[in-house]
Design a protein around this ligand. Structure first.
Ligand code: UDX
Length: 469
């Protein structure tokens, strides 16, 4: 059993602290936001993550997991101190903001009275481990205290973070003090995962390179999707066919509205920024970001290619969160899409199984006028009297809707499947004018006259040649 302190009770900190406690360690989570700590003590979590609430309760009850706002309480007798504070995009050019990491390092230095290993889990620019060392060294209240810094990047996916912690593909540890890295490796030994030990800079780079590679895979398949659409191929099947090649694999080849969330957008931006600063020209990373941005725009061009002007129309949006099984709205495509739709004079009806509240806040932050948006209780209510329905997040409950009923509720049967979750020929059979991402246009003659869509008659089923019964 080790005594551990985790600084930061955000996504990474809370999952890390709770899972380490679940492995039998004594863990104290420190956060400077008193309200967060008070709520955690009552079992109220600041984030939604499947299974986490139960695990927090269980370990808190068992006396292995503690919450405090006090660094001195958290650090007391700790062998390991994890820094898990956030590193948002800071300056205008995409660099990471190190303020929270530096302030955590300063607070650790001010309270540290024994040897400890400081483990950085926050995603920091390559070379930041040295900054953490320097800040701690310069602020130590006792000059006889020694410490080591280890970089231990996290690879947790929202929605499956507990599993990712407990069954990681690999654990990366970087340090200029190999003994310290081995000591941290022993802490992780019960997980029986491959452990890569390396230097600080390399460990920090592994994190950026991994996320940038996955983002590249997504932008790659999205570019292929656009080509497929023009040439009449189906990107979903192309991805399946490609994925059987072991060198390619099936994962992360889902074409759609592109990546969002707290990591990919920020990390690709930060890596490109580091490369730019180093005098390089990271063309691929810039293309990855551009493709990702354009992908969201496709919703608007698909809508206008069918409806003409969006002024006066009502558009249904299914899903707000940046991906299913989370209420996280950070860099969610839904925000841009709803902003663009409403700015063209359309009204939006929207539903998300868990992200309505966070979604509402995100839309307000981005300047979307809420009188142009109606939040609905379920997917069917969204569909009522809409001129088009757009699937933005691929929640499971959207995959098994009664689409015949959905269609009967709509003013015009236009379906934009931003996540390729439906069977195109089935949707055509049901009478939808169906557009997916990179899957051709299907057999129906679907280009409606351009111009003000309010002047268009509501689409009659007979307009679609593929209607069944
Ligand atoms: C990611 C990384 O996976 C994790 O290792 C890292 O440390 C944090 O960032 P997360 O942001 O939770 O995790 O989401 P992830 O499941 O990886 O998906 C990221 C984004 O890519 C989502 O917006 C998702 O919709 C999109 N995506 C993913 C695709 O568009 N297509 C795919 O095939 C896969």
């Amino acid at each position: 059993m080790s005594v551990i302190c985790v600084i930061g009770t955000g996504y990474v900190g809370l999952v890390t602290g709770t899972c380490l406690a679940d492995m039998g360690n004594q863990v104290t989570c420190v956060d400077i936001v008193a309200e967060k700590i008070e709520k955690l003590k009552k079992g109220i979590l600041p984030i939604y993550e499947p299974g986490l609430e139960e695990m927090v309760h269980r370990n808190y009850q068992a006396g292995r997991l503690h919450f405090t706002t006090s660094y001195s309480e958290g650090l007391a007798a700790s062998d390991f101190i994890f820094i898990a504070v956030n590193t948002p995009t800071g300056n205008g050019q995409g660099g990471a903001d190190m303020r929270y990491v530096e302030s955590a390092a300063r607070s650790i230095a001010e309270e540290l009275d024994h040897y400890a290993i400081i483990i950085n889990k926050s995603t920091v620019p390559v070379g930041s481990g040295d900054v953490v060392s320097r800040v701690i060294h310069n602020n130590l209240k006792r000059s006889d205290i020694t410490f080591a810094v280890v970089s231990n990047p996290e690879f947790l996916r929202e929605g499956s973070a507990l599993l990712d912690f407990q069954q990681p593909d690999r654990i990366v540890l970087g340090s200029s003090d190999p003994e310290a890295a081995y000591t941290v490796a022993r802490l992780y030994m019960p997980l029986r995962a491959p452990i890569v030990t390396t230097d600080l800079y390399t460990a920090e780079m592994i994190k950026y390179a991994s996320n940038a590679f996955l983002a590249t895979k997504i932008s790659f398949i999205n570019e292929i999707a656009q080509i497929c659409e023009r040439l009449g191929a189906d990107v979903k099947e192309v991805a399946v066919g490609m994925g059987y090649d072991k060198r390619i694999g099936h994962a992360f080849l889902n074409a759609g509205l592109g990546y969002g969330g707290s990591c990919f957008p920020k990390d690709v931006r930060a890596l490109a920024h580091m490369a730019d600063e180093a005098g390089l020209h990271p063309q691929l990373l810039h293309a990855v970001m551009e493709i990702n941005h354009d992908q969201r725009r496709l919703v608007i061009s698909k809508l206008t290619s069918i409806l003409g002007s969006l002024r006066g129309t009502t558009i249904g949006v299914l899903g707000l969160a940046f991906k299913p099984n989370t209420d996280d709205m950070r860099e969610a495509p839904a925000v841009d899409i709803i902003r663009w739709i409403t700015s063209q004079g359309a009204h939006v009806r929207v539903y998300d199984p868990v992200a309505s509240e966070t979604g509402r806040e995100a839309l307000v932050r981005e300047g979307v006028r809420l009188d142009s948006v109606t939040f609905c209780e379920n997917a069917y209510s969204v569909a009522e009297q809409t001129d088009a329905l757009v699937i933005v997040t691929e929640w499971n409950e959207f995959k098994s809707l009664n689409m015949q009923h959905v269609r009967s509720l709509m003013h015009r049967p236009v379906l934009i499947d931003g996540r390729n979750i439906y069977d195109g020929s089935e949707m055509h059979r049901l009478g939808f004018i169906y557009r997916a991402m990179g899957r051709g246009t299907g057999p129906a003659p679907t280009i409606l006259p351009a111009g003000d869509s309010t002047a268009l008659p509501a689409l009659q089923p007979t307009l679609d040649l593929n209607i069944g019964d």
